[in-house]
Design a protein around this ligand. Structure first.
Ligand code: MN
Ligand code: MN
Length: 281
């Protein structure tokens, strides 16, 4: 059968069924403290991606030059945190075992914990690069130890001291800042991402990007907007500094399409993903 080129809005720009990089939606949306809605992010980001070019002028690469897949979304039972986290961990574990590079589309930031657990089983010396407005290092939040506000604390406990690097943090409690000084690393500006990545010299890295690392002017569609962030241009420039790192997995979380009628947050999320696919594909 020979058909003219087809437009597939249900799949990320230029994606096939599979490839080394595999996009996977993880629409977990259960612990939001301010406003929910991140479960609708994967669909909105895919739809927005089709407004972009497949060619990156900054990287001089094109999506058509590499094979990568969009697997669709995990079916996560609403309200079932434990089962949802287990499903994410199983899926990321399978992809990692197959030598694929999982790119998760959240969902809320808690998706990072099962993803890191799965990747860490295959890479004992895993390092996490964390871009966020918030430290997410609380011991518990509203009585819950598993939350978008505690996720990096659980990740740091899992990986051990000095394994998490934070960028763009501009909101934390005093005890989160103390925990970072003792167990992770000082909060750095996003502009230092490339320099830190180069110092890792081939160590496996997991990159987690909370969209609220950007200023709400650039990414208003998020659950806990925090003023004082960087521009989209600054983020994309810092991202390009990651070229050559040994990436073991990535996620992009906390996009809330309903909080941004302009749709610019989803387009920005799609562009960040496109650049990541072209950088690491
Ligand atoms: Mn955040
Ligand atoms: Mn976060």
């Amino acid at each position: 059968m020979s058909l003219p080129p087809l437009f597939r809005p249900g799949r990320f720009l230029g994606a096939g069924e599979t490839g080394r990089i595999c996009l996977l939606g993880a629409p977990l949306d259960v612990t939001a403290s301010y406003r929910p809605g991140s479960r609708f992010a994967p669909g909105a980001i895919r739809e927005a991606s089709n407004s972009l070019e497949e060619y990156s002028l900054a990287l001089d690469r094109e999506l058509g030059e590499l094979a990568y897949g969009d697997l669709g979304d995990l079916e996560l039972a609403p309200g079932e945190v434990g089962r949802s986290l287990a499903a994410i961990e199983a899926a990321v574990g399978t992809l990692t075992e197959e030598g694929r590079l999982p790119f998760l589309l959240g969902g809320e930031h808690l998706v990072t914990l099962p993803a890191v657990r799965a990747v860490h089983r295959h890479h004992a010396d895993l390092v996490v690069l964390h871009l966020d407005a918030h430290a997410d290092l609380r011991e518990e939040y509203g009585g819950e130890t598993l939350s978008h506000a505690t996720v990096l604390r659980r990740v740091a406990e899992l990986l051990g001291t000095g394994r998490v690097h934070h960028f763009g943090i501009r909101s934390a409690t005093r005890s989160e800042a103390a925990f970072a000084r003792e167990h992770t690393h000082p909060f750095r500006p996003v502009a230092e991402l490339g320099a830190v990545a180069r110092d890792l010299a081939g160590q496996p890295c997991y990159l987690t990007v909370d969209i609220d690392v950007l200023d709400p002017a650039y990414a208003p569609g998020t659950g806990t907007p925090e003023p004082g962030g960087i521009s989209s241009a600054a983020l994309l420039e810092a991202f390009a500094g990651l070229a050559g790192i040994n990436l073991a997995g990535l996620d992009l979380v906390e996009v809330l399409p309903a909080s941004d009628p302009s749709g610019r947050t989803a387009v920005l999320a799609a562009k960040i993903l496109r650049e990541a696919i072209l950088l690491f594909g």
